[in-house]
Design a binder for this molecule. Structure first.
Ligand code: ADP
Length: 195
């Protein structure tokens, strides 16, 4: 089955594009959501995170303090690697399971850091949602209530726009209005159905 890895920088429009594919009946697997599900209270992965980072990594309601975890792995690359080694195999196994049970003609797997992490053997085509940094900042600022500086810091940890464009099979340009995405998704959808 064709498995398309959908990626793009923060605020580029990945979730928006993913939703348009889902509306066409295509199975969309969101790996960020899988990571959140895998670290809910009671999950083995959360217990391992608590053992590694200490109880202070929890919020008062005993759920994972994601902002604090993000901050800690941002400043300590060995902690980042530890977390990736824990979560990536679990996310991959769950993605594989969801692909195997999918009934749609192809699948979209949203992987925000597709080009930053090791090649994913499940993916056989890539789709980049591209936007200018100016647009990314504007959109992420409104959505996440973050400062321009905070968003820029995230952008700086990600591969460049040019790197994504040079290394992808397909591109959706998201620098205009939302309705401009619909035609682009439709064209790709028809192409993917015929692959
Ligand atoms: P990502 O998943 O890549 O971080 P989103 O799809 O969540 O990005 O988009 C970021 C924000 O910008 C969301 O609030 C979304 O509704 C909005 N957005 C995305 N594309 C456009 C667009 N073309 N015009 C206006 N707002 C947009």
């Amino acid at each position: 089955m064709l498995i398309v890895g959908l990626t793009g920088g923060i605020g580029s429009g990945k979730s928006t594009v993913a939703k348009l594919f889902a509306e066409k009946g295509i199975t969309v697997i969101d790996t960020d959501q899988l990571a959140r599900d895998l670290t809910l209270p009671g999950q083995t992965a959360l217990n391992k995170i608590i053992a590694e980072f200490g109880k202070n990594i929890l919020l008062p309601d005993q759920t994972l303090n994601r902002a604090q975890l993000r901050q800690q792995i941002f400043t300590d690359p060995s902690k980042r690697r530890w977390l990736e080694d824990l979560l990536h195999p679990l996310i991959r196994a769950e993605t594989k399971r969801l692909i195997e049970s999918a009934k749609s003609p192809y699948c979209i797997v949203v992987i925000p850091l597709l080009f930053e992490t090791q090649a994913n053997p499940l993916i056989n085509r890539t789709l980049v949602v591209d936007a200018t940094e100016e647009q990314q900042i504007k959109r992420a600022k409104t959505r996440d209530h973050l400062s321009e500086k905070e968003i820029q810091a995230v952008i700086n940890t990600q591969v460049t726009r040019q790197h994504r464009l040079n290394n992808t099979d397909d591109i959706i340009s998201n620098n205009g209005e939302l309705k401009d995405l619909i035609d682009q998704v439709e064209k790709l959808h028809i192409g993917y159905l015929n692959k």
